[in-house]
Ligand binder design. Structure first.
Ligand code: HEM
Length: 241
């Protein structure tokens, strides 16, 4: 089997597991009852206030900022850079690249370095801070290693040994049309892509689920109105019938 066919199959399988796994988890989160009224106070007293609070949490990592400045600095650096890097990658999946994706290109390039620096900061904390080392498991190290590996292999294509990005783009546009095209076989590209497929496969069964999970967190998504309205979880209402 050629490298192109192997990677085409790998990406079809990884995409299926990623999308189906994530959808399954989101449905599960949405159905999980929240029996108690437990917003972390002081909390908003209106629904629009909750939306604003959640937006600040997702865009600024507000509660992390309040609790730990070091983790916030490295965590924020990593996530913002990751967003820029991912936006920059959109060009491989669009025949006509949107203007916003073109505009992000120069930033995305440097974001690659910031992404790896943020990850190394978060990793150092798991190794050198005694309290954090105590609660760190093997999977925490492996996920950090995976993300650092993706970043370094990506940067190696940009700065050490170029791959043919036009052919890479033709390959991925081909996948979207179920038409397998040749993929360059440079080792750093194949390593980058294998690690990315691994990330997609483990995503729905790992702590990376905190990305969709934050939206379902009762301490963040509840309105603080226990005096105005009695809180009854949907399943409890069923029992009352
Ligand atoms: C199927 C998905 C992906 C493809 C086809 C892909 C492909 C590439 C290619 C061809 C480059 C070299 C860019 C250049 O030479 O200008 C690159 C760089 C990079 N990739 Fe990916 N990649 C993918 C997913 C990811 C993901 C999910 C991440 C992060 C978690 C990532 C992180 C990076 C970084 C940090 C760089 C270096 C900075 C840059 O050039 O943007 N890649 N990737």
């Amino acid at each position: 089997m050629s490298v192109s066919v192997l990677f085409a199959l790998l990406f079809y399988v990884a995409t299926l597991l990623f999308v189906a796994g994530l959808a399954r988890k989101i449905v599960q989160y949405a159905k999980t009852p929240a029996p108690l009224k437990i917003p972390t106070t002081p909390a908003p007293t209106t629904q629009s206030g909750v939306v604003l609070r959640m937006a600040r949490e997702v865009v600024l990592f507000e509660s992390l900022f309040k609790s730990n400045k070091w983790i916030w600095i490295f965590g924020y650096m990593f996530h913002i850079s990751l967003a820029l890097v991912l936006l920059r990658h959109f060009r491989y999946f669009q025949a006509d690249v949107w203007t916003v994706i073109e505009l992000v290109q120069p930033f995305g390039k440097y974001a690659g370095f910031a992404m790896v620096a943020g990850l190394l900061g978060l990793w150092a904390r798991r190794i050198f801070v005694e309290r954090i080392r105590y609660i760190t498991g093997l999977s925490d190290h492996l996920i950090l290693a995976l993300l650092v590996g993706i970043g370094i292999s990506g940067l190696s294509m940009k700065y050490v040994h170029h791959t043919d990005i036009i052919t890479v783009k033709t390959f991925f546009l081909g996948l979207l049309r179920f038409n397998i095209q040749p993929l360059p076989s440079d080792p750093n590209l194949l390593i980058h892509l294998s690690l990315v497929a691994t990330l997609m496969i483990i995503f729905p069964i790992s702590k990376l689920l905190h990305a969709p999970g934050v939206f379902f967190s009762p301490t963040r998504n509840q309105v603080e109105n226990p005096r105005e309205r009695r809180h009854v979880a949907p399943w409890a209402a069923e029992l009352d019938k």
